[in-house]
Structures are given as C-alpha cells and as structure tokens.
Design a binder for this molecule. Structure first.
Ligand code: PMP
Length: 434
C-alpha cells in the first residue's frame, strides 16, 4: 500500500474492507473522508458540495461536547501517554481510574457509590443488567431475571441491550425471536412539559406490579429517548417508575449514556425528576468524545447484595477495563465541563436552536419541531431520504446524520451563535430536501 492514499483511494478501500455502523459490505454509500477536526469543525480531505469544512451538528453522536482538538484534553492524553497508555486492571489499579471513579461518585446522585469502568456504552448496559440479575440471584430470587422498559428506547447493539431496544420496527427487529424476552410498556406520551397522563401512569404502575415476581429491573433512558426516535417525555414518569420499583422490589436503571453531562440542561437527566436510580450508565461525553470509555455506577445496596451471594464477585472483566488513557482524559473532560458555566452554554445553544428551527415548522412535510437543552429535532411525516438530506446539510457547511423520519442536532457546547444559526439553516434545508 502506498504511504499516501488519495481520498478516492481511501474511499475505494473503505468500501471494500471496512464496516460502518449499520452498513452493508461492500459499502454502498460514499463516506466523506475527514482529514482532521478542530473546535467545532471537521476538515475534509477534499471538498464535498463545495465545502471543505463542516460545522459538526452531531458532536460525534453526543460525545464531543468540548469540540475537537481541545488543548486541555490533548494535554491530559499526552501527559498520560508518557506515563502509561494501558495496563491490565486485574490485581492492579492506577490514579486515573481511581480519580475518575471518585469524581463520578461525587457528581452523580448520592446513593451511587461504586463504579465499573467499561469500554463502551453497550457494555456498560450489559454490566448494568448483569448487576441487577446477579443481585436477585444473590438474594435467593433467581426468578427475578427479566427487564421492563418502555417502547421506543435504545440501549446499544450487544445482546442484552438489544433486548430492551424497541422491539417493533426498531433497529434490532431482525433478532426479535432470539433475544431474551423482556416486558415492554407503551412509549411515554410526548412532551417534556406535558402534564403527566394519568392513564399512562396507571399503565406503568400496573405493569411493574403485575410482573414484580419476575422483574429484576426497569431500565429506561430518562427524559430523552435518543436513537429510538428522539422523543422527549415528562420527568414525572421517572418519579412514577421510582415509586413503582420501590413498592414492588424492583431495581431501577437509568441509561444516561446520551443524556449525561449536561445535554438536556441538567448535569444528568435524572435531575429533572429529582430521583436517583439504583444503577446508572454513562458513556459518550464521558471522555469528551476522545476515547472509548463508559461507566456503570451502582448503590451500596446493589454492590453489597452481589458481594454477599453464593458467587460473591461481579463476573465481568474486559481487557481494556479502566483504561488509564481514557480515564485521564475523562477526568480532564469532567473537570473542564464543571469548571465552566456549562448550564449557560447549553441554555444559549437551546435558545439559538429554538429561534433557528422555528422556520422549520412551515416546511411542508414537517410534523414537529422540538428543542430540549442543547438538542434540536425536526420530525417529518415521512422517512427522510438520508442522502438528499445529508447533502443539503453539507451544502450549508454542516455535518448532520438524519435517520428515519428525523433531522436532528446536538452541537458541541462550544458552538458559537453564528454556527448554531448555520446548523439550524442546515437542519431546515435537510428537512426541506430530504
Ligand atoms: N444507550 C444509549 C442511550 C445510547 O444512545 C447508546 C449509543 N447510541 C448506547 C446505549 C450504546 O453506546 P455505545 O454505542 O457506546 O455502545
């Protein structure tokens, strides 16, 4: 292979050899080749639709909250690289992991005291499920092994997480016959500010109570259902779940992988409801999108329950558990976030999105426009033509990744007002042309 590959050569080899998310082999799409990324801009190896630079409207799927090539995160990575990039976690520990775990315990709801440092969001959900199932096994109640979730959710692409993703028309429908059979409540009624729907509240309460004997846990994405449909719902339902779980001896898991670290306007979306879960999953923005790392936090009740069982260990230990490089960058990213007025930035972006996306409401085929925190969503009344919509955004100088009936954005918190306005123009253009 030559030292230098042209963008066309890269694309050809990519199509032949490299899987992409939810992609066929060989690849059918023409991915854009990114040469570098800095601040909120992706620099392409060659112009596309007349643009060489694109404002990132996606934060690389919720993760790059501080933008790219950030001096503080670079320094954290470089400093740690010179000390040690990785070392096994069995029988050994190190400062970056200890600092990170302690910091996460400090900033998450108080009952969460123990941290499993996993290597991806999906694995952190697997670990959360294992914790819950093992808790009940240890308590002598192995029949409590199923999960309840609401329809329309998304929790990852490995086996247990797939079983709690939306089972109908969702991303994992192909596997519905083989996955563990879980219990599904209806999708929560739409609207973050909507009054809680009494019938839905009854539905949740009844379902938890009816299945209490076989339920290990309820697992949900709090306030925002992300990849399953970018829906917002009332925090009141989280309080209902907390009460129903307490009343019926069921654990509660919040998957904050997408919503964590300020995205919805609270540091964690559970904060909107003022409730805390027994187990919480974090990922994505944990390292500011630099490196792959996720975390599963649990209460002392859960940890002690597992540790007092017949098998008194949590049998999970990935090779890259607690990776020092990722942990050091995560510590720096958390400090960077909390060392600034992130709430103000998220509010500022939310205001910009509300203003800029207002005109989308008049675009033919647009069914709904909604904004929460630094998330903007335009929902169409038809499946979006992904290619046409993406090209429309690129022509505006913005990177978006529309899917299903949605054109949406969650920009880095460092996105300036002009760039937020540009992102909104791109979302409107994508909605019009997709
Ligand atoms: N849970 C939620 C809510 C997510 O949004 C995602 C990622 N889209 C995951 C879990 C899975 O995380 P990962 O892609 O890092 O495995």
């Amino acid at each position: 292979m030559p030292d230098q590959l042209s963008p066309a050569e890269l694309r050809a080899l990519d199509r032949t050899h490299v899987w992409h998310p939810y992609g066929p082999m060989p690849g059918r799409q023409e991915p854009l080749v990114v040469e570098s990324a800095s601040g909120v801009r992706l620099r392409l190896a060659e112009p596309a639709h007349g643009r060489r630079e694109l404002v990132d409207g996606m934060s690389s799927w919720w993760s790059a909250v501080h933008g790219y090539n950030h001096p503080v995160l670079n320094e954290a990575a470089r400093g740690q690289l010179d000390r040690m990039s990785h070392v096994m976690f069995g029988g050994l520990t190190h400062e970056p992991a200890v600092r990170l775990a302690t910091r996460l315990v400090e900033i998450t709801p108080e009952p969460l005291q123990h941290v499993f440092l996993a290597d991806s969001g999906s694995v952190s959900v697997e670990v959360a499920v294992k914790m819950c199932l093992q808790y009940w096994r240890s308590a002598g109640r192995p029949a409590k092994h199923r999960l309840l979730t609401w329809r329309g959710g998304y929790h990852g692409d490995t086996w247990q997480p797939m079983s709690v993703c939306d089972p109908e028309g969702g991303m994992h429908e192909l596997w519905s016959g083989s996955l563990p059979r879980q219990i599904f409540a209806d999708t929560p009624p739409d609207g973050f500010d909507a009054e809680p729907d009494e019938a839905y509240v009854r539905h949740l309460r009844e379902l938890v109570a009816t299945h209490a004997d076989e339920l290990a846990a309820v697992i949900v994405e709090p306030v925002v259902q992300g990849a399953g449909g970018m829906r917002f719902h009332s925090p009141a339902y989280l309080r209902v779940l907390r009460e129903a779980c307490d009343a019926n001896d069921v654990l509660l898991v919040f998957d904050e992988i997408a919503t964590g670290f300020g995205r919805t306007g609270q540091l964690f979306a559970a904060g909107h409801a003022g409730v805390s879960p027994d187990v919480m999953c974090l990922g994505k923005a944990l390292t500011g999108g630099y490196l792959t790392l996720a975390a599963t936090l649990c209460t002392s009740r859960v940890a002690e329950g597992i540790s007092s069982g017949a098998v008194p260990v949590l049998a999970h230990g990935p090779t890259f558990m607690g990776n020092p490089l990722a942990s050091a960058v995560a510590c720096a990213s958390v400090d960077l976030l909390l060392g600034q007025d992130w709430e103000l930035e998220v509010k500022r972006i939310g205001t910009g999105l509300r203003q800029g996306l207002a005109e989308a409401a008049d675009v033919p085929g647009v069914r709904d426009v909604r904004v929460l925190g630094a998330i903007g969503v335009v929902q169409l009344d038809h499946e979006v033509d992904m290619e046409a919509a993406t090209h429309a955004a690129v022509r505006e100088g913005v990177w978006l990744r529309p899917f299903r009936d949605l054109v949406y954005t969650m920009p880095p918190y460092v996105t300036g007002d002009d760039d937020v306005a540009r992102i909104c123009r791109a979302v409107c253009a994508a909605a019009r042309e997709g």
